[in-house]
Write a protein that binds this ligand. Structure first.
Ligand code: ATP
Length: 272
């Protein structure tokens, strides 16, 4: 199995606080990979460093976007690139996309238009062609609209396409955010606490959705989640961190048995 993401020796500090300390882990192709740890362990900071919302102090974030994307980006002959220092829009273009802990939608736009935002990075017609609504730009827009509808259909919310996003229940807004990631033809989707705020049956649906995304789009998924039931059910591999440091990695069964992981979570409970 090849690797899609290799995080090596990642460190970042905020003031005096070392939020990530020499952290390394690897996500393979077509893998659902969980990153777990007690509150404040540094999970969201890992996401922010991988997607270049934060620039790490040290370390590398190797990403393998696939041969086609490497050639298009002028990296023919290599099989991976270091994302550190790359602009966020380029990271998305490489097929690394994410959702947020606090769902990020534009409430004044329709559900469909919110999904279309995820496709704009791939628009090939020039800005002028788009503004003048030249035939090529119109054809491209129609194609993207159909693709956005397909993404909504995949997540069973196509019937809401023309409604405003703002008025939708939380579960729908979360699906909408996931639909948006599908527009980027993802190689790796990062999901930040996708089960937060969902009820039990919605969480069961979510597990199924995450597997279907991986199988249908042939991508990998990197998941941060507090719902251990979901993590253990859906992940192939898990990495546990505590205080920004690597703690343990392995299959769900191995992680469940790991004394270091138990201690880290028990410590959290004692502090609460
Ligand atoms: N932009 C920032 N400025 C200052 N400190 C930050 C920043 N981002 C994160 N931190 C700190 O880094 C540490 C790790 O935070 P992070 O949000 O990554 O943890 P987490 O594991 O995602 O936590 P949770 O499970 O509660 O979401 C925390 O102590 C946090 O306060």
């Amino acid at each position: 199995m090849t690797d899609v993401l290799q995080v090596e020796n990642l460190s970042i500090s905020f003031g005096g606080l070392k939020a990530l300390d020499d952290l390394s882990f690897t996500v393979s192709d077509h893998e659902i990979f969980g990153l777990i740890g007690p509150n404040g362990a540094g999970k969201t900071t890992v996401f922010n460093c991988v997607t270049q919302f934060y620039r790490p102090d040290t370390g590398t974030v190797w990403f393998a976007p696939g041969v086609d994307r490497l050639v298009r980006a002028g990296h023919a002959g290599t099989d991976r690139i270091d994302l550190v220092g790359q602009p966020v829009h380029r990271v998305i273009r490489y097929g690394l996309v994410r959702t947020f802990q606090n769902v990020e939608i534009i409430p004044e736009l329709t559900v469909l238009d919110n999904v279309l935002i995820g496709g704009h990075v791939d628009f090939r017609s020039s800005m002028i062609a788009q503004m003048l609504r030249l035939p090529r730009a119109r054809a491209e827009e129609a194609q993207y609209r159909e693709k956005a509808r397909e993404a909504l259909r995949f997540l069973s919310i196509e019937h809401l396409a023309d409604q405003l996003a703002g008025g939708q229940p939380y579960g729908v807004r979360k699906r909408l955010e996931m639909a948006r990631t599908l527009m980027a033809e993802p190689r790796l989707i990062i999901l930040d606490e996708p089960a937060a705020g969902l009820n039990e049956s919605e969480t069961e649906d979510l597990a199924d959705t995450i597997r279907r995304i991986r199988d249908t789009f042939g991508c990998s998924v990197l998941l941060v989640e507090h719902d251990m039931g979901l993590v253990m059910d859906v992940c192939d591999q898990i990495c546990a961190i505590s205080f920004g440091k690597f703690l343990a990695s392995g299959t769900p069964v191995e992680i469940q048995r790991d004394v270091r992981v138990h201690e880290a979570y028990l410590g959290e409970r004692d502090d609460a």
